[in-house]
Design a protein around this ligand. Sequence first.
Ligand SMILES: *Cc1c(COP(=O)(O)O)cnc(C)c1O
Length: 375
Amino acid sequence: MYTSGMRPAHSHSNWAEIDLGAIAGNVRHFCARSNARMMAVVKANAYGHGAVPVAQAALNAGVSWCGVAQAEEALELRRAGLDCPILLLGFAPPARLAELISERVSLTVWEAGQLHKAAAAAQDSGQPARMHLKVDTGLGRVGVSPERATALAHSLTDTDGLQFEGLLTHFARADEKDLRPTLQQERRFRDVLDALEAGGLRPGLVHAANSAATLVRPQSHFDMVRVGIAMYGLDPSANCPCPGELRPALAWKSQLTHVKTVPKGSGLSYGHEYITSGEETIGTVPAGYADGYRRAGEKVALVGGEPVPVLGRVCMDQFLVRLDDVTGAAVGDEVVLLGQQGQARLPAEALALRWGTINYDLVCGIGARVPRVYV
Ligand SMILES: *Cc1c(COP(=O)(O)O)cnc(C)c1O
């Protein structure tokens, strides 16, 4: 039985508790499982967990690289004093190139035009530009085609100021039961690598695997794995769950701000979409869509160690729950929007399903105004 005990005084309306010990434990799990180096993918504010503390914890636990999606994310890590190798996995806006190169941020490239701009910026910053050549083996977002990859690699190595540091690709379907599309991508990637090696052009760092491929396809690890979602203890997909040893690092919590009994027939929240069917005990939770708690879907939260239904419309800053099944609920009691309370569990995967989305989207969508509290 869950007991609220002393009713701790919470300082926030709603907050995300991040367990950096879980991040470290999850990193150690991957480091022990693979001979490859590990990149911690900390784009999108570390999937909502907080980029700098997560990167720091992951580096202390054994990762050697951090991966980000946007220029500003790379520079944020540098400003925080992180000195590790950083790969910008996404597009580097030409206007930011000199700054990125000066800050020793490695760049992902897939077109000749990017090489020329980076070479000019490298000259300006008096530093070589470290380049990872991205091959599109079947995801269809960015990347040079396998046919043109060798020629582009030669242009790269022939251009002054550019350093051919890495070769990468990204899988489209590694989280599915049927691994054939992944094996086909891996084959295309290996063919490019073989052609480069035949020309004496193998870069130092070859990498392909995201979390799903890291979990299910050791042959795809090459020199480094790029682990995002699973480092946070979240499943790449329903078909590709994390092993039991991995622990989710994030819980999203709030506290009751009002508890009342209302008579039968009361309309609740905007639009009165919910009308009580008898006398009901109603709790108010100070979290809403401005915090990333979405309006869509039928939802539950946890109060007093029990799942309680969310009633009526979710507002910008508040929503309501029915507390009939909780004995003695009172103002100040902890509400779990996501995570665990006593024996009751509300994992990101389950809440995402109710919202009609995936755990990635859910954690990235936890709002900027939600304080991240590190435990
Ligand atoms: C986001 C991303 C990853 C990490 O993917 P997960 O599924 O979260 O492990 C790896 N590589 C690239 C290029 C990415 O954009």
